[in-house]
Design a protein around this ligand. Sequence first.
Ligand code: PLP
Length: 359
Amino acid sequence: MITVTKPFFPPIEDYQQYIAKIWENQWLTNRGELVVELESKLKSYLGVNNVIAMTNGTLPLHIALSALTEGGEVITTPFSYVATTSSIVLENCTPVFVDINPEYLTIDESKIEAAITPKTTAILATHVYGNPCDVEAIAKIAEKYKLKVIYDAAHCFGVTYKGTSIFNYGDVSTCSFHATKLFHTGEGGALFCKDEALDKQMFFRHNFGHDGPLQFQGIGTNAKMSELQAAMGLSVLPYVKDIIEARKEICKAYDALLKVNTIKKLKIRAHTDWNYSYYPIIFSSEEQLLEVQKVLENNGIVPRRYFYPSLTTLSYVKNTNDVSVSDDISPRVLCLPLYYGLESVDVNKITELILSVVQ
Ligand SMILES: *Cc1c(COP(=O)(O)O)cnc(C)c1O
């Protein structure tokens, strides 16, 4: 079976070396040597000043929202993973949905201002499939209306925009290191923040608010990454360049083989060094997508409808804004298998099956 993604497994010897260190140190969590080493290596690999490693990619969203808002309305995108919306609702904020750009699939910056009210406190937008939002336009709006900007950059490991890590834009960026993501720690994630004071505040928040063993700086939760997770991250990190390179080759092959008018591809924003994290294709109709999905699945190939359904359909949100672009695209988008080790014969087979339906 060929699935949409497959976790990268580093050589077991690499992992065992780090695990042996954990046994040597007799230390499993609470910011041990390996977590600190991973953070330090991530800083230099990504070119960021601060990183807080966390136990998944959802808690950094919660921590950023809790640190930057006190309720209120948060402008967000309907075209993302459910965690983007659920974290807003769980942090006692109200999601206000703004439609997406049909080419880039990121939040449509030209429609943000119309959604701002006196209750708006922040913008939480997703760099969808690793494709950056219009970070400059969003920064201007945020400055004009005194809003905080949080980027769900779960897909963005290794992405740079105008020569610097995409994690350097906005007040806070978050990333996921889930097993299915490009760089992973099994479960895991991180928070990135350039502002030292804010970074420190969120650091406290990720460790119960502890400021020393007996003191509390403020409220907090537990989002600490464990040594076992860091061991996986340290084992995977040296292969990230190879992983991205392999994905690039697969994307190039898909590009070349799927040149048909009935299939639309993702447009990557200019000045972006992309990470090839997903290969979404947009069909001309949902019927066509379902037909392709059936043909692929009959041949042991499992693509993923990602992102579908639109987040405005969640039972716990109310939406009154026009999100017709997202509603139109979401039922028609399919992510094709893309992972390190996917063979070119399989890429050929996948594209032949797709073309057998759409041509
Ligand atoms: C994966 C993902 C998350 C959640 O990350 P976890 O590490 O699974 O908690 C959040 N947002 C987006 C866009 C994602 O793809």
